[in-house]
Design a protein around this ligand. Structure first.
Ligand code: COA
Length: 210
């Protein structure tokens, strides 16, 4: 029986993660599949698509799943569902990630190419750091946080659980981003962001919908 590894979610996020899984030496003998209840295809990019129920029923010596869903709250719910089914949460990392001194990253992280962590950093569970993101010294990042591509998170920044930081956002050193906050793409964050708030622009301000 083989080792079976599911990439949960065959959307844009997952399709950026599957190639990284394929390149990980420790997964070279594993069968890599998609887990996706919504996909109509039977195979995507050379990998079979299984429903979650079929994945759970499949025979394998060891099963794990990487939760490749960019939406933080959805990723948290699906992680719970997968854990409740007794399936291990799989971390996936690009080979070229730079990690300096004293960096602790919780289980199930998805770390894309060209991501840099400098030193003395703590990151919670199931972090998703997309392409070219930077996490600077002494950052404290909660659980299920998503960094879209090109986020620049400076030193001593604190980010609460399930926060979503949009593409190219820039966060000034020492600030706090609250739990469930959303930082829009391209935002330049110069002040603390309250929990649950959405901020956009330079300097970032609360989003006012027209
Ligand atoms: C901030 C964000 C979450 C808002 O999404 P939304 O709630 O659907 O908001 P809307 O698209 O309806 O936009 C509402 C208003 O905010 C403006 N706006 C949206 N995002 C903005 C941004 N990042 N910066 C500046 N203004 C923005 C819109 O132009 C619109 O202005 P208007 O009311 O004057 O027309 C979203 O636009 C965003 O930036 N998401 C991150 C995208 C990203 O990083 N993707 C990476 C994928 S890998």
């Amino acid at each position: 029986m083989t080792r079976l590894v599911g990439i949960y979610g065959a959307g844009g996020c997952g399709r950026g993660i599957m190639p990284l899984a394929r390149m990980m030496p420790e997964l070279s003998a594993a069968r890599l599949v998609w887990i996706d209840d919504g996909a109509t295809e039977t195979a995507i990019n050379g990998h079979d698509v299984l429903s979650f129920d079929v994945f759970c029923a499949a025979a394998a010596a060891h099963k794990s799943a990487a939760i490749a869903l960019a939406d933080p709250a959805l990723r948290e719910r699906v992680t719970q569902r997968v854990s409740d089914a007794g399936i291990a949460i799989q971390a996936i990392s690009a080979a070229d990630v730079i990690i300096m001194d004293d960096v602790e990253i919780g289980e199930g992280a998805l770390i894309s190419p060209r991501v840099t962590f400098t030193s003395n950093i703590r990151v919670g569970r199931c972090f998703h750091a997309n392409l070219h993101s930077i996490v600077e010294h002494d950052a404290r990042i909660g659980d299920f946080v998503t960094f879209a591509p090109g986020v620049r998170c400076n030193g001593h920044v604190t980010i609460g659980d399930r926060a979503y930081i949009g593409a190219g956002a820039l966060i000034r050193q020492g600030l706090s981003i609250g739990a469930d906050a959303v930082v829009g793409m391209g935002a330049v964050v110069t002040k603390d962001v309250p929990a649950g708030a959405t901020v956009v622009g330079n300097p970032a301000r609360p989003l006012v919908r027209g």
